[in-house]
Design a protein around this ligand. Structure first.
Ligand code: ARG
Length: 572
């Protein structure tokens, strides 16, 4: 049972009685007691009465003894809440017997489409795609663990005018050679070479233009060559996903081209609904509330002046398909913040057209950029965007070296396993432990450090507990009586009981840094407990109880990290 919620549920009726209507008791962790409620202050202002009187009146109405909670009015009108040792022990015993660590599966399972990763064919994945992949995969893991039906969609950029030039370049290079380059991940070289040919050679430009027409017209050979570009790129992206240890698979690719046949219908229907307006030769929708810098209404272009459909039309068709065909009631788009306005406009148009209406809703989970040590957008020394695999390989190599240097007699296989878990874990954690809407600086030293708010710190805390449990020699019994008496035991118990509330919040907020912060706190509180309360040297019931607390901590760390897509290792 989640302690904050329990306290909140108990205080809410008391507040309601005093206020004459519902009041959120605002229960939170307290430096003065186990928890505190601050709601009396605002209520007092509203009722024009002294806050301490209000707090006292609430206390008089609150039923708390039966759950082992004592309360007192403190300071200007806070309620300090202290849970008895006995009550804490009982609650922790409940956790120990629960495979889900107090987190209930959702009572209202939904079909959720998570649109994430979405790199572009024949183009290197950049760090923006890394963030989308890492955050999106965490969202998927969380939602699935809560019991939702999740549909992963990898909205691959596999269509548009650049494909004329890419196919012509493929022809010039020879199919076998091109396929080889692409599947090896040499996407940028391929793309750049195509660009160079395009810029230098008018005949090539003309061929490219004709090729686009052939592609759109369904010409068989052109389609086959285009397929080749797509499959080779997909093959390469899958190797990145494998290295990155994310749950995306080949079955989740559903590129922009998958919606081609739906685009004309989208535009026709918008027209029929009277939402379409011509503007500069293009056909547009002007959703209310969107204006440019000059105050002029902003268009969402659904059909370009050359008659082609673009990115916005594709997203409208995809949204419609996700709600209509897949039956999704929640649509998540894990895409960088520069596309915020695009999604806001797409959602607004979809609502106006009646394609997006309750219970279905769409959310853009935006994120900031990854910066280099100089505080600018991450670039390689040559000034190009940094190649993602290079980054991942470097992380694994650095972590493997660290593991070897700390532990010279590790066999090669184990060192590699640890290096992978820690290196990839460090990359993901560096991303997920900061507010996702903020930029962050990629800092190898910091993200691989064994202390601080890092993956290695948490993985090390986990491995250390596992080592204690191994040395204990006996299996931990989940039903031993739990002793919560020392301050460090209390602190650990309260922290363990907080997991459910933190995870519960994520379902709406997807603020994974809150979970990261929680895990970091838990590991720190555990380390203090381990320093002050002997575990292996304790005897009898106390030993068993402390082993159980240790094991529960390990399980919570592992589950928390698993939700972030980060592996644990048994030794480090
Ligand atoms: N391929 C796009 C890019 O690289 C991201 C696509 C995001 N998803 C979407 N449904 N628009 O920027």
């Amino acid at each position: 049972m989640d302690l904050e919620k329990l306290l909140s549920d108990r205080l809410a009726p008391a507040f309601a009685a005093v206020a004459g209507g519902p009041v959120d008791p605002l229960v939170r962790r307290s430096p003065r007691a186990d928890f505190q409620s601050d709601a009396a202050l605002a209520l007092a202002r509203r009722l024009g009465r002294p806050p301490r009187d209000i707090a006292a009146a609430v206390l008089a109405h609150a039923v708390l003894d039966d759950v082992g909670v004592s309360a007192e009015v403190s300071g200007p009108g806070f309620l300090n809440l202290t849970v008895t040792d006995r009550a804490l022990a009982d609650l922790v015993a409940g956790l120990a017997g629960d495979a889900r660590l107090g987190v209930p599966p959702t009572a209202t399972p939904q079909t959720v489409v998570v649109d994430y990763s979405a790199p572009n064919v024949a183009k290197e994945m950049h760090v923006g795609h890394l963030r989308s992949t890492v955050i999106g995969d965490a969202a998927v893991r969380l939602l699935e663990w809560l019991g939702h039906r999740v549909v992963r969609v990898n909205h691959l950029g596999d269509w548009g005018t650049p494909f004329g030039m890419l196919i012509e370049h493929l022809i010039d290079l020879g199919e076998a050679e091109a396929a080889q380059n692409l599947s090896m991940g040499d996407l940028d070289t391929f793309y750049r070479a195509a660009r160079v040919a395009f810029d230098a050679d008018e005949a090539f430009q003309e061929r490219s233009r004709l090729r686009v027409v052939a592609l759109q017209g369904g010409d068989e050979r052109t389609r086959r060559l285009w397929r080749l570009l797509v499959t080779q790129s997909e093959r390469y992206f899958l190797t990145v996903y494998d290295l990155l240890d994310v749950t995306l698979s080949a079955a989740d690719f559903r590129g922009e081209s998958a919606y081609n046949d739906l685009l004309a219908g989208v535009v026709d229907d918008l027209d029929r609904l009277g939402l379409l307006l011509p503007s500069g030769g293009a056909e547009c929708v002007f959703p209310p509330g969107f204006t440019g810098r000059d105050g002029e209404p902003l268009p969402l272009i659904v059909r370009k002046s050359d008659g082609g459909y673009g990115y916005p039309a594709t997203d409208l068709a995809a949204l419609r398909q996700r709600v209509g065909e897949l039956g999704a009631t929640r649509l998540l788009y894990v895409v960088g913040l520069p596309q915020r306005q695009h999604f806001a406009m797409v959602f607004a148009v979809a609502e106006a057209a009646g394609w997006l209406c309750p219970p279905a809703r769409a959310e853009h989970l935006g994120f900031g950029s990854i910066l280099g040590a100089d505080g600018r957008m991450l670039r390689s020394r040559a000034g190009e965007s940094v190649k993602l695999v290079g980054l991942l390989e470097e992380a694994v190599a650095r972590a493997t070296d660290l593991a070897r240097s700390r532990n010279p007699d590790l066999d090669a296989g184990t060192a590699e396993e640890i290096g992978r878990a820690v290196g990839i874990g460090a990359i993901k954690y560096a991303d997920l432990s900061v507010d996702r809407t903020k930029d962050y600086v990629l800092d190898w030293e910091r993200m691989l450090a064994l202390d601080g708010n890092t993956a290695p710190y948490l993985q090390y805390a986990y491995a250390r507990i596992r080592s204690v449990l191994r040395r204990a020699g006996t299996a931990v019994r989940p039903d031993v009586p739990i002793v919560v008496a020392q301050p460090a035991e209390r602190a650990l118990a309260v922290e363990l009981l907080g997991f459910a509330a933190v995870v519960g919040e994520l379902e709406q907020s997807f603020e994974f840094h809150q979970l990261a912060g929680y895990l970091h706190r838990l590991a720190t509180v555990f380390n203090a407990f381990y320093e002050r309360c002997p575990v292996l040297r304790a005897t009898d019931e106390l030993r068993e109880s402390r082993l159980l607390l240790a094991e529960l901590t390990a399980r919570t760390l592992r589950q928390g990290l698993r939700l972030l897509g980060i592996r644990t290792v048994e030794r480090m």
